[in-house]
Design a protein around this ligand. Structure first.
Ligand SMILES: Cc1cc2nc3c(=O)[nH]c(=O)nc-3n(C[C@H](O)[C@H](O)[C@H](O)COP(=O)(O)OP(=O)(O)OC[C@H]3O[C@@H](n4cnc5c(N)ncnc54)[C@H](O)[C@@H]3O)c2cc1C
Length: 486
């Protein structure tokens, strides 16, 4: 049997996870595959970049992933990384929100809306009595129209009131996407809120019911905190993944930019995809996975389907930067506690959030240093990225000084810019994905994966890669069988 040729474009976590799943599934199905991953950069992992500076471990991009979404933990287990997984430091665990220039404690696990989490919110003074009363009314607010997408902002205001939205939910939710809640799609970003509203008539009642069922059915839990990371940084996930793929015979090629895509048909309904690389060479495959950002995939698929290209153009991206600062511990003692703070849009600051990295993840810095990570940029707040690195460091130092009183000189500073890095799921995103699927349906063996579509988190990207691998193999194996029968 001739091997199936599958090319994956993009060596971020989505592309690498797809390659891993292709290998796994082809063995299970008894198929022979020649799999190649092409990456334009000089390193693997895309947004996952771990730096080491002396004893410091800094994450330029993601610093952890959600443990509730199983795909991340499963991949770590398959790669033998389970022992390397670390939980957040639960001692002194808390997050804060900035409001009116002052930091307020956010109740632990606030988004779960368990009634016992409400007391700290009542005490904190973050919401006025009016705001709290309006939040409590959520349990009797009528449900919205079934199946209709709306902005996250409109949903949260409608259900929880303006104060709870602006002061608590907006900075937590919009921060994940570096997005603007006024434009973000409820159905694509927080579908669980929609489902709870539809099923229980109230998000709070739904959460309480879900928690009750979970505590009746589950034992002590998985042993993981909500977010987990790897002891020496998430770069180890990329290193283990690429090492495994090499062992399995996957052809991994760095500095290989795909410039264009052409398609040939030999038999009705059967395609060969020709990729033109930046060195002028070409590569052909029966299966093609585009694990590139939507704006790159748009240019590649446009000659095949202008409609698909146009739909991909409609996925906007936000630019952000992370700034890591390391201080001598004694100079910031007392100024910081918990995990850090988030900043609501209404505060009009450059900072979206600051994480006390070494309090949250003790392995990231030696005990005599404190590592801090500041997050700036995002939709409508990108102007700050015009500043050069020195100015950016000065800006965030100024904000930390005003907000927490940190005046000390950092011993180490690192700026990581992420241009067009965070895809935005705007209202109608899921409908556009359905149209995209339809527009590309005449090209079996061609699949789009990655953060632009069905979840931006690392576990979402891994799961997306697994589904893509199954789809490509099913479509190609189906084709092959039909051809052999003919
Ligand atoms: C600052 C920041 C913080 C984040 N924090 C978290 C977090 O804490 N937890 C979490 O779960 N998620 C987080 N995310 C989101 C998560 O990191 C990303 O959504 C995910 O890593 C994206 O993976 P991907 O493979 O889909 O895309 P990418 O990582 O963007 O990979 C796409 C790859 O395609 C390559 N490419 C592009 N064009 C071409 C071409 N023409 N030819 C060949 N290759 C090409 C690129 O070089 C890149 O390597 C964060 C993201 C950012 C930016």
């Amino acid at each position: 049997m001739k091997p199936l040729r599958i090319v994956i474009v993009g060596g971020g976590i989505s592309g690498l996870a797809t390659a891993f799943a292709v290998q796994e599934a082809s063995v299970a199905k008894g198929l022979v595959c020649h799999c190649t991953v092409l990456e334009s950069a000089s390193y693997w992992g895309g947004k996952i970049v771990t730096h080491r500076a002396g004893d410091l471990v800094t994450e330029a991009g993601p610093d952890s992933f959600l443990s509730q979404k199983q795909a991340g933990l499963d991949l770590c287990a398959k790669l033998g990384l389970t022992e390397q997984l670390i939980n957040t430091n639960e001692t002194g665990k808390k997050a804060c929100v900035l409001w009116g220039g002052r930091l307020y404690d956010l109740p632990d696990g606030l988004i779960s809306f368990a009634p016992r989490q409400w007391k700290p919110l009542l005490r904190s003074g973050l919401l006025s009595w009016r705001g709290l009363a309006r939040l409590g009314l959520e349990v009797v607010i009528p449900r919205g129209v079934s199946g209709r997408d709306e902005s996250l902002a409109s949903f949260c205001r409608r259900r929880f009131g303006c104060q709870a939205f602006e002061r608590v939910l907006e900075p937590l939710m919009a921060g994940i996407y570096a997005g603007d809640a006024e434009q973000m799609s409820l159905l694509a970003t927080f579908p669980r809120f929609y489902e709870l509203e539809q099923r229980h008539g109230s998000v709070i009642r739904g959460m309480v019911a879900a928690k009750r069922t979970a505590s009746q059915t589950r034992g002590t839990g998985s042993g993981h905190t909500m977010f987990v990371s790897l002891k020496n940084g998430l770069g180890d996930l990329v290193a283990a993944l690429t090492a495994r793929l090499r062992e399995q015979g996957v052809n991994l090629r760095l500095r290989c930019k795909v410039e264009a895509l052409r398609v040939r048909s030999h038999q009705p309904g059967r395609w060969m995809y020709d990729l033109i690389l930046d060195d002028g060479s070409a590569l052909s495959a029966e299966g093609l996975v585009l694990a590139t950002p939507a704006y790159v995939s748009a240019e590649l698929v446009r000659p095949l389907s202008p409609i698909a290209g146009g739909l991909l153009d409609m996925i906007p991206y936000a630019s952000t930067a992370t700034i890591a600062l390391a201080y001598p511990a004694e100079q910031v003692a007392g100024a910081i506690e918990g995990f850090g703070f988030v900043v609501p849009r209404r505060e009009g600051r450059d900072l979206i959030a600051a994480t006390w990295t070494s309090l949250k993840w003790p392995h990231r810095a030696p005990s005599d240093q404190v590592l801090v990570r500041c997050y700036v940029g995002g939709v409508g707040r990108e102007k700050v990225l015009d500043a050069d690195d020195h100015e950016l460091v000065a800006k965030v130092r100024g904000e930390l000084a005003t907000i927490c009183g940190i005046q000390a000189e950092p011993r180490y500073a690192e700026v990581n810019r992420w241009w067009k890095a965070m895809p935005q799921y705007t209202i109608g995103h899921l409908d556009r994905l359905a149209q995209l699927g339809a527009a590309l349906s005449r090209y079996p063996g061609l699949v789009l994966v990655g953060a632009a579509y069905r979840g931006v988190g690392i576990p979402d990207c891994i799961r997306d890669g697994t589904v893509a691998a199954e789809k490509v193999l099913a479509e190609l194996a189906g084709d092959r069988r039909r051809t052999e029968v003919r």
